[in-house]
Design a protein around this ligand. Structure first.
Ligand code: AMP
Length: 288
């Protein structure tokens, strides 16, 4: 596995593979790998001939009071994790390589999708994500991009960008990998104390309760939401920010569960903000 820090060197390396007609799969990440990341790399490895993983904690997608500085970083163990999954190239640019003048003025604006659900609580976040992904996609020029369904709205933002801007690549969404008690794996779980970690399991429990209620025939989002929210509200170490039943494409809040919907949540355990989602309603389409 090659580790590349520079855009020029990465492009030189990938030009040869592309010219030889080899398919390139790309997994963008912010590092601090867990099994969720490694599973995505495995899926990419099974489908594409060249697998490129990026590690870049993108300042553009963090708000001024968010955790950019304290975001977990574990480069050495990430290198061994990626190597063990058979990744070909690990692209790990410094911020100055991606933003040579300190910042950039150009933004990809995901429109309304960036303002609802998660977007309502993180202004500018999805524009930051879409912008860095546009840069990374232009740098790597992959045939396929692999993302995690754990960040379902991020997948929707990227799918919309790819479609609206005619980017010549396919987006693959990979299933959420969970701990034994259901907590979605996240680099931010590293920041939880042991009591917060234990308490955080209420988040997937609430989502699974929402899914079970819908599977039992409940159609009222209000009823399903109230049930799921009340579970979280009973856990004193977890503070609910939002729990909504939304359309899986537009992320607009729904009143009635008809086709496939998503139960989506953000909650704080201590000062760590965690997000998760599950499909509710009709059986979800295969994720890939
Ligand atoms: P991050 O490093 O958190 O930006 O995540 C990089 C990629 O891994 C994103 O596409 C995430 O959606 C995905 N991801 C993060 N956690 C999980 C998980 N528990 N299961 C599956 N994919 C995940």
């Amino acid at each position: 596995m090659q580790v590349e820090r520079g855009i020029r060197a990465l492009r030189d390396r990938l030009d040869g593979a592309r010219a030889a007609g080899r398919s390139i799969g790309f997994v963008p990440t912010m590092g601090a790998f867990h099994r969720g990341h490694l599973e995505i790399m495995r899926i990419a490895r099974s489908r594409d001939e060249v697998v490129v993983v990026s590690i870049f904690v993108n300042p553009l997608q963090f708000g001024p009071s968010e955790d950019y500085q304290s975001y977990p970083r574990s480069f050495e163990s990430d290198v061994s994790g990626a190597r063990s999954e058979g990744v070909d190239v690990l692209f790990a640019p410094e911020p100055a390589e991606m933003y040579p003048h300190g910042a950039i003025d150009t933004r990809v604006d995901p429109g309304r999708l960036a303002t609802v659900a998660e977007g309502a609580y993180r202004p500018g976040h999805f524009a930051g994500v879409a912008t860095v992904c546009a840069k990374l996609f232009n740098i790597v020029q992959p045939h396929r991009v692999y993302l995690g369904q754990k960040d379902a709205q991020q997948v929707a933002v990227i799918r919309q960008m790819v479609q609206d801007l005619n980017l010549p690549l396919e987006v693959i969404s990979c299933p959420t990998v969970r701990e034994q008690d259901g907590l979605a794996m996240s680099s931010r779980n590293l920041s939880l104390s042991s009591s917060e970690r234990e308490a955080a399991a209420v988040i997937p429990r609430a989502l699974f309760a929402a899914r079970a209620a819908a599977a039992a025939g409940e159609r009222s989002c209000e009823t399903v939401r109230t049930l799921a929210r009340s579970l979280i509200e009973q856990q004193p170490l977890v503070r609910l920010q939002y729990l909504e039943i939304v359309d899986p494409v537009t992320f607009e809040a729904l009143e009635c569960i008809e086709g496939q919907s998503l139960a989506t949540v953000a909650a704080y355990a201590g000062s760590t903000r965690l997000i998760d989602n599950v499909a509710v309603g009709t059986v979800p389409r295969p994720e890939r």
